[in-house]
Design a protein around this ligand. Structure first.
Ligand SMILES: *Cc1c(COP(=O)(O)O)cnc(C)c1O
Length: 391
């Protein structure tokens, strides 16, 4: 085998943390205030400015955000939420945790995004919301979704975990529409360690999320213990404990400043993968939709063609690992997990495009500090693994 085994392990993702962010975390630790406080407030103001949105609520994760938004809808048993099987499990888990029933529509084969032409047929008297996922940072076709939502009086909760910085028809995700939930997990385009936020233009939804993220208290602790605070609080309804810490926001303040630069570098690398792999029969590459958009390239996710490659996706991932290169699996179709098969009767064959993607998808290394030489290493390792000559 090649000399690749002597090289350092190349992960599929790695956060980029600046010295300024590290200094900010240290300053926060020394400040005497490490949980929700002034840095979270500043981070929320910066997120509002970045998204041109009236409300941004920082949280402990995007999963928490999905949970709170759905909890605020007060779903009744049998209420339905339409979403995609090609997503992380949290999208469906939070629907179930808040008493809803997930209703799925298949995805488009080239973008892995919800096929919006299938949504209307899935709407029933029990439908309460549509939950699209901007897969890998490629925006879903939102105009038809918002038209359907208006026509049928539905909420739209965009699972925008991959999509901070994404643009749809010249508008940033978060700057229009109903509700967006962003993730700041370390693998995502910007990070606060763990973290997420809800962005909305709906004052009532913002109030509910603010209440439910901290026990259902009408005042948050940092107001209570601050100079201007009142030590009493009231419980309006039982809530959760999903607030973000100032230690996390300290990172986020600097990550947000770097985000557009991160996306520019991700885009260069993604387009370079496209160019380098365009004539490989072993791969089917993703396609661009016809509408104008800015792809945030959270992930680079081609489909392996097992016959041409001489191996399936799992063997490919193993082979790359043996060559000291990490890859990721985002995602296996959620409807095929045991809980969803058993509880909702989903089965293989229900969503054929999602299933093909689920079987063949792999995330190749992609992160802002990855060099062209790192990327060439990935290509060489694949050529070696597939037995391609004359690279
Ligand atoms: C990462 C992710 C989430 C959950 O984000 P966390 O911040 O880790 O809770 C939800 N949906 C999708 C599509 C994701 O990729």
């Amino acid at each position: 085998m090649s000399a690749a085994n002597n090289e350092e392990f190349l992960p599929f993702s790695r956060p980029t943390i600046s010295q300024a962010a590290i200094d900010e975390v240290v300053a926060c630790l020394k400040s005497g205030w490490i949980t929700t406080g002034p840095r979270v407030k500043q981070f929320e103001d910066d997120l509002k400015a970045y998204c041109s949105a009236p409300h941004a609520l920082a949280l402990s994760s995007a999963t928490a955000g999905l949970h709170l938004v759905l909890a605020a809808l007060k779903l009744k048993p049998g209420d339905e939420v339409i979403t995609t099987p090609m997503t992380f499990a949290a999208t469906l888990n939070t629907i179930v945790l808040t008493g809803g029933t997930p209703v799925l529509v298949d995805v488009e084969p080239g973008t892995y995004n919800m096929d919006v032409t299938r949504i209307e047929k899935a709407i029933t008297k029990r439908t309460r919301a549509i939950m699209p996922v901007h897969f890998a940072g490629l925006p879903v076709d939102l105009d038809p979704i918002y038209e359907l939502a208006k026509k049928h009086n539905l909420r739209v909760i965009e699972d925008a975990a991959h999509a901070i910085g994404t643009e749809y028809k010249g508008k940033r995700i978060g700057s229009f529409g109903d509700i967006q939930v962003f993730s700041f997990h370390p693998n995502k385009n910007m990070t606060t360690g763990e973290g997420g936020c809800v962005v909305t233009r709906d004052d009532t939804m913002a109030e509910s999320v603010a209440l439910l993220r901290f026990h259902g208290m009408d005042r948050e602790a940092w107001n209570r213990f601050g100079k201007k605070g009142n030590q009493h609080y009231e419980i309006i309804e039982p809530g959760y404990k999903y607030n973000m810490m100032d230690i996390q926001a300290a990172l986020g303040l600097h990550q947000l400043k770097q985000l557009d630069g991160f996306i520019r570098r991700r885009t260069e690398l993604a387009l370079r993968y496209h160019k380098l792999l365009s004539d490989w029969p072993q791969w089917t590459l993703t396609k661009s939709p016809a509408y104008s958009h800015l792809h945030a390239w959270h992930l680079y996710t081609p489909l392996i063609n097992p016959e041409a490659a001489g191996m399936d996706r799992d063997a490919f991932m193993q082979g790359m690992k043996e060559r000291n290169i990490g890859t990721g699996l985002h995602y296996r179709a959620v409807h095929l997990y045991p809980y969803y098969r058993e509880q909702f009767g989903f089965k293989r064959g229900d969503f054929p495009h999602a299933e093909t993607i689920s079987d063949r998808i792999v995330s190749l290394p992609l992160f802002p500090t990855m060099t062209d030489a790192d990327q060439d290493r990935v290509i060489r390792a694949m050529a070696d693994l597939f037995g391609r000559k004359g690279l």
